[in-house]
Each structure stands twice: as C-alpha cells, then as structure tokens.
Design a protein around this ligand. Structure first.
Ligand code: EPU
Length: 448
C-alpha cells in the first residue's frame, strides 16, 4: 500500500490547472445509460473512482473508449443486464447514480445497497423515495435494491412524472437529485423536484442532459422542472472544473505559505471558501475573466509579511454554503491560527476521523458531536498518520506540508480516488513529497 513521505516547511510557488470534477463526472458518466447513442466527454479526470465507474458501466453493457487523455466516449451497446453488483458498488458509493438512468431507460434496475463508510451513515432513502414518487416499485432482495417502473399500455415499463420532495434531515441529496433528474428526463409527463440539491455538479449534469434532448429548467436551484421525453440522443460535454480540488490547493497555499496561481478555477462555486480564507488571512485575488466558472486566481500567504493566521467559525452546509468536502482541509489550516476556531459539520456529523490523526501532529482539537473546537498552535510536528477517507487524506497531506520534520501519510489509496497525481503536482510547486511503497513502513494495527 502506498504512502506519502513529506518533509514539511517548504512554501508552494507556481501555477497549476484545475482538473475536471470527480463529483460532476460520476453521475454524468452514469447518464450515458439513458441512451444507446455515444456520449463524448472531455476533461474527465484520471482517478480511481472514474475507473470504478467505467467498470460498473461496462458490467451494465455501456463501454468506454478513451481517445485522448480526459476524452472518454461512452456508449451503451448491450442493455440486457441491469444488475450493479456488490463487488463494484462496495468500492464506490456513487454507483447508486446508475439507479435513475437504468430504471428510466430499461424499466428496471438491481443495485447492491451501498453500506456506510468512513464519513458516517450514508442512507439512500431519499433516492428510493424519489423513484417511488415516479411510480417505481421497490423491494430489497438479498442486499440488492430492486426497482421496477410500472407497465404502461403496450407492456413497456415507464416511469411517470410527479412532484418529488427531496428534503431530508441534513438538507437535500446531491446524488439523489441527480438520480431523480435522470429518471424524470425519460418519464411520461412533468416532474417537479422540490428541495433539490443546488450543487454546481447538478447544473453540470443538467447541461449534458439538455444537450441530449432533455427538457429541464431550474437545475442549480431548489426547484427543478423536468418534462419527460420519449428518447434521449448522444451528446458531447466538457466536465466542469473540480471545485474541491481547487479549494484544496487554495488551502494548501495558506497552510504551507507561498503563492499559487490556479487556472481553470470555478471561482463562482467557491465563494464560501474564499470568504473564509480572506477572514483567516489568506489572500485570494480573483481574475474572473469572461467565465467565472473557469477563472484564474492568485492565492498567497507569506507568514513574514502577513503574521499569524486568524481563527474562524465555519459551518458546513449545502451549496452555496461551506462544502463538507473542504471541512477537513480547512480544519488543518485552522490548527495553525492564532486563537480558537469552531468547525461545525452539518452534512456528515461523524466526518471527523482526521481529528485524531491531526492530534498526533500536535494539533489541539476538542470534538463534541458535530462540532470541533480548535485551539491554534504555533507549529505542527511531523508524525506517521493514517488516512481514513478521501478528504481526511487531503487534510493530512496539507498538515504534513506545514509540519516541522517528516510526516508519513499511510493508505493514500483514499487520496487517489479523488486527486490526480497529488504528490507530483505538489512537488512541482516546491513541496518535498514522495510516494513510497509502505510495506516496510506500515506498522501493525493497534490492538484492543
Ligand atoms: N442523505 C439521507 N438520505 C439519502 C441521501 C442522503 O439522509 O437518501 C443524507 C446524507 O446522509 C448526508 C446528506 O443527506 O447527511 C447529504 O448527502 P448527499 O446524498 O448529498 O451525498 P452524496 O450525494 O452521496 C455527494 C458527494 C460527496 C459529498 C456530498 C455532500 C459525489 C460522488 N459525492 O455525496 O462527496 O460529500 O455529496 O456534498 O458527488 C467526496 O467527494 O469526498 C464526497 C464524499
């Protein structure tokens, strides 16, 4: 299993281009199941989760051809199997994105029920409620969700449009909204999704669906209106830049110090972060240009010039609030602030596995329920630490960049799910970081 070995204390300088978004790409790839025509995607990131989605789609008869880096053609050529099996689903929760497209196009879907994961319970009740509202009959068989659309005149199975409310205990659901939007695109009649997720990845998916011939209005807002059509065609689409990757590098510039220029940065989707960074003392100069979704920005923090970082109070919320996917990284930054910060996690209240690892590096964090109180320290010290999930891994890498001495981040396969060649990109900016095979470094798991 690979690990990163990081010698901290080197500022980051230079520029980098933000890659296509993982969380936009995954449901967009699943949308290729809505047609037998080719879907040509550009800016598809080269990540473990994208490979998992290709494997899942291939098992459902939808094959991927990569003509150039980031250019992927997907085409469903065999629609006879609609079973997303446990072996693949357990490696990637986003497999649930196949439910809506399969049910809409093939009239039925069987998907292994995703389990919990390191960031907490991850139910799919809202997805299922959405499919039921569109007329699907849902049963649970052998750990699989089995969904069937109602039979229409002529015997064909087809969903029917309906009002769908997607509000849950923690707000809406991103992949649930994607699923219902895809399903409704081929349903008979009008669907109105109330309390839809407003994340920009939903608007990006809607852009592709509209290019395929879907009739959708309001994606990106809490009310989406979809008038179902009989068929969807092939289309081409460029995946939006990854706002979480961009945000992670912005925070990296703050924690390591230095100055970075980010190209292809979705600034309009990052206001909650840039506002907090300004408050904390990290400078973000925006150059929105003609398209604020693919802008340039300069991020800098020079400790000698700017003094200590300032504390902040941050609460994660659905978009456009502060994203849960940047909570761990920002928490690492706040460990070095001059004073007490408070971070409250309102999307995944258990998403704090990074806290114990940061403590091993000298951070002072007190967690109670969904809230962490961080007493800033003047320095972090390097230590061996264990990544537990994707964003917690990024948090530990950032902490390692700032820490005195050597930090070894074990189990970086979590990081590889969502960040393309993270170590190479950081090294190109001046970080001292390398990937090693951690067999010899891996210590025995703690007992008891
Ligand atoms: N929820 C329910 N019932 C449901 C679905 C969700 O109660 O049926 C709850 C969840 O437990 C959570 C909240 O609603 O408390 C929001 O979950 P959501 O469904 O929006 O999450 P998701 O769609 O499964 C996506 C991202 C996550 C990101 C969340 C929140 C993808 C592939 N995943 O997950 O990304 O944290 O939205 O923004 O898009 C990551 O990239 O590291 C990651 C975990």
């Amino acid at each position: 299993m690979d690990a990163f070995v990081i010698e901290g204390g080197r500022p980051l300088r230079g520029s980098l281009r933000v890659n296509g978004s993982k969380n936009a790409a995954l449901p967009i790839m699943a949308a290729a199941l809505l047609t037998d025509q080719p879907i040509d995607l550009r800016a598809v990131p080269d990540l473990a989760d994208i490979d998992n989605m290709k494997r899942l789609l291939a098992s459902l008869g939808c094959h991927a051809i990569e003509s150039a880096p980031g250019a992927v053609r997907l085409q469903s050529i065999d629609e006879s199997s609609s079973h997303a099996r446990y072996e693949i689903v357990r490696t990637m929760r986003a497999s649930i994105s196949a439910l809506g497209p399969m049910l809409a196009r093939r009239g039925e879907a069987r998907i292994s029920m995703p389990g919990g994961c390191a960031i907490g319970q991850r139910p799919v009740d809202l997805h299922l409620r959405g499919m039921e509202a569109l007329g699907a009959e849902i049963t649970l068989e052998q750990g699989d969700i089995v969904a069937r659309a109602p039979r229409r005149a002529g015997g064909k199975r087809r969903l029917r449009g309906a009002p769908v409310f997607l509000g849950g205990p923690f707000g809406s659901t991103v992949l649930g909204t994607a699923n219902v939007m895809c399903a409704a695109a081929l349903a008979e009649g009008r669907t109105i999704i109330e309390c839809a997720a407003c994340e920009p990845e939903i608007a990006d998916l809607a852009d592709l669906l509209i290019a395929m011939g879907a009739r959708i209005e309001g994606a990106g807002a809490p009310r989406i209106v979809i008038d179902g059509v009989d068929e969807l065609a092939g289309a081409a689409h460029e995946i939006m830049p990854d706002r979480i990757e961009a945000g992670t590098f912005m925070i990296a510039a703050g924690i390591a110090g230095g100055s970075l220029t980010l190209e292809n940065c979705p600034l309009d989707a990052l206001m909650a972060l840039t506002n907090h960074l300004a408050e904390i003392g990290v400078h973000v100069e925006e150059h929105p240009g003609s398209d604020p979704r693919r802008a340039r920005c300069d991020v800098s923090y020079e400790p000698r010039r700017d003094g200590r970082l300032k504390p902040a109070q941050v609460t994660t919320q659905p978009h456009p609030g502060f994203p849960t996917d940047l909570q761990a990284q920002l928490l690492a930054l706040l460990c070095l602030a001059d004073g007490n910060s408070v971070v409250t996690e309102k999307i995944f209240p258990e998403r704090f596995l990074h806290v114990a690892e940061l403590s091993r590096m000298g951070a002072q964090v007190f967690r109670q329920g969904p809230t962490a109180v961080i007493s800033g320290v003047a320095r972090l010290v390097g230590a061996p630490v264990m990544a537990s999930d994707l964003r917690a891994s990024a948090c530990l890498v950032l902490a390692g960049l700032a820490a005195e001495g050597t930090t070894t981040v074990h189990r970086v396969y979590h990081l590889d799910r969502g960040y393309e060649k993270m170590e190479e990109r950081l090294a190109a900016l001046g970080a001292r970081i390398e990937r090693v095979d951690a067999k010899e470094l891996e210590s025995a798991p703690a007992q008891g």
